[in-house]
Write a protein that binds this ligand. Sequence first.
Ligand code: B12
Length: 501
Amino acid sequence: MCVLAVRGFLAIVCLRDTDAVPYTTMLTLINTNRMRPPIAPIGLEYVAEAAQRQGIDVDVLDLGLCDDPDAALSDYFSSHAPTLVGLSFRNVDDCFWPSAQWFVSDLAELVQRARALSKAPVVLGGVGFSIFADRIVEAAGAEFGIRGDGEAAIAALYRQLENDRVFETVPGLIWRHAGDLVGNRPAWPEVLSLPTQRRVVDNVTYFQEGGQCGLETKRGCYRQCMYCADPLSKGNVVRMRAPAEVAHEVESLLAQGIDVLHTCDAEFNIPRHHALAVCEEFIRRGLGEKLHWYAYLAVTPFDAELAAAMRRAGCVGINFTGDAASAEMLATYRQPHRAADLEQAVRHCRDHGIKVMIDLLLGGPGETPETAATTIDFVKRIDPDCAGASLGIRIYPGTAMVDVVHSEGPLETNPALRRKYEGPFDFFQPTFYISQHLGPEPARLIKDLVAGDERFFEPMEERPEADATDHNYNDNTELTEAIRGGARGAYWDILHQLRAT
Ligand code: B12
């Protein structure tokens, strides 16, 4: 393995047995995510290691850690002629109203740039990418895209490019055939095994600059929350890793000095038995004493036994997908939990010394000032450490949210729809739903309901001058600086601690 420094950062990692031989046949994987604080490209890392296990020479060019991505690309391609270039595209947009930043144009520029520097075909992949796969392949002008899990698919594509080009055999592949885009079903293998050392990406720098590193214990979600895109990118069947494999990965990260983690599962406790098994394995290996970790959880199933096991296994913070506490809005969002479950969940966290954050989704179909007040007042009373008062639902094609919006009449005249782009409505671009019943200044209304309660992360107002800070993790200077100053943990916890000082 060789590591090359690009302008002060470790940006290129080559996975080869020897550095001496000039390679012309290889797979180059590029991380395109440059948000700050930086999040390590765990998906790209799993893909790189899987390709390497299949005997493919892999380079990882990490633009997330470069001062000057353009120069890094030129430097790299001046001495490398890969067979295939893969770009990971994690965030299609920032999913945050009213900033509504969209990154597809940047990706298209990058694809152009790669094409100018290399003859290799370009394949796109990633979690955000998988939600809109066809549209992004088209918009970015790439030759290929892989929707869903990338581990098996990337090796299969690479082999087909070297051999017979039978693209129908590559899971999740999108390609051009006779001028049209065609696609295969994604690979969401039921048995999920990801043996990994976590040394392909410079996780140590990501830890220092990003405050935590990611870890997956499972993929996929069978819940049917009306707004959620996870089933589109990860499938609707839960696929679980063996707890021993997960624990081994934690040990590899600990060996690098990385001792604060965040799960990358949709919800850690679905299913509960697997969450418990992972915790028991961590406890058995004594990891709970060496590690702090945070997780996203559904509000149910959660009980004292799971809370106790999570704490003993090193969990220090849980972010619950609360959405709402009003019965009407919970039903609208298709959440199986009730307000009382939310109260129980907070109590279990308190009893077991776990910090607790409740993510709310305000402004969905049917939200009124009364339902919003019910939710906010209830959350104040049950007293979590923090609550994210997000306002506005990003509408993803292929979710039930789209059916609801269409059932409300023509898009053009629907007062609930918010966007920053011109022309016909297109949910490929960030389009948000904020119930019109919240009036002309919904963020103001929510802020009034929050009434300065510091436990809440408030929504942003549409008037740009109105907000000094926010809890958008896209280019968040406050967070980035705190992490540089030594803060570690989930971003809500870091922001919460900053407020307390
Ligand atoms: C955990 C998480 C977080 C954590 C990250 C913690 C950490 N240390 O990793 C935190 C809370 C920090 C976070 C923040 C944000 N997040 Co987030 N996050 C997730 C979550 C739950 C998991 C992502 C993940 O790592 N998955 C695990 C990896 C292994 O999977 P993967 O990346 O998909 O990779 C696989 C495939 O995609 C593919 N693949 C990946 N790369 C490549 C490359 C090639 C070439 C190929 C062929 C294949 C391929 O193969 C991989 C292995 O099979 C997802 C939702 C979800 N369930 O996936 C949202 C999600 C990715 N987040 C999202 C967003 C919007 C954000 C923020 C922008 C929010 C904000 N405004 O603050 C920030 C961005 C932060 C940043 N710097 O990038 C959105 C993106 C959707 C979109 N509209 O683009 C998602 C999908 C949630 C959602 N539905 O809204 N997030």
